[in-house]
Design a protein around this ligand. Sequence first.
Ligand code: PMV
Length: 329
Amino acid sequence: MKSIASAPGKVILVGEHFVVEGKPAIAMAVNLRARVSVETIDNSSDIIIRSKELKIEETFSSKHINEKSPLYPVYVAASLARQHISLEKGLDIIITSELPPAAGMGSSAAVAVATAAAVIALRKKVDRNIVSKIAYEAEKIVHGKPSGIDNTISTYGGAILYIKEKGFTRINLNLKNVALVLADTGMPRSTGKMVARVRKLKARYSSVLDPIYKSAEILAYEVAKALEMGDVKTVGELMNINHGLLSAIGVSTIELEHLVYAARNAGALGAKLTGAGGGGLIVALCYKKDLLNIENALSGYSKKVYIANISRRGVIIEHKHMHSMNGVE
Ligand code: PMV
């Protein structure tokens, strides 16, 4: 039996870090995807995982499970999904991904989501809630204490307002004549470490930081409203303010600042770091007519500048070779 699933990466428009403490954040799925193919292995219960981009391969057997492997979270997603469908056979898993790793585009969540879906599709109809829950378990290994926003947006696609432990509501985007541009500082960073750092700061200065968290909460709701009303100027200005709040909690860097100011000076409606910070990416909201200018300005500081097209599609089963063809519920 064989199946292939793919899941999108994401960009967080506003609310990262604040979302870890229960405040709302807005995320959008982008049209760069991770793809996972799974084939059952007879006469074995091993899970073999290969990552084409990372150029690594690891075999997880009942005798040996390497918890230090970068592929261990994928193993966790695969083995939970295998339990869910009560399968005892081994699995041969191949990962390919268009997403830059450790840059803040949710590549680890997209891989976990696609893995869980591909394994479940071997035997059952794919229930998105279960896929997202399994991917969350894998995300805990990668990031320590994730909010769950990455696995949620990668599973469901589109644009969402997400609140930890409450779930998400869809945002009906009303964006015309604008695009999102991403630029990479080229400095990888660890989401888990950045989250731990912010939590420490929050614990030490809670009375100082509480109003910042409150402000981020109000800001996210205002951005959701402005996105639905097509008020792109307000979205841009609030993105700038959100960047200031993120600087205040210590997650910006000089490289991120260079990119943010380059985008703003070249005419972006708004620009901010996106994701955990400490490196990784910025996101800029731009009128399409200004795109070339902004891309050129960013290229002066970044080797990787992308236009992020929003993807409505969350996780999908791309291929399935067995008795019947089931989609995603
Ligand atoms: O590094 P990213 O883009 O996956 O950022 C995760 C967003 C945080 O809010 C920093 C952490 C989380 O779990 O929500």
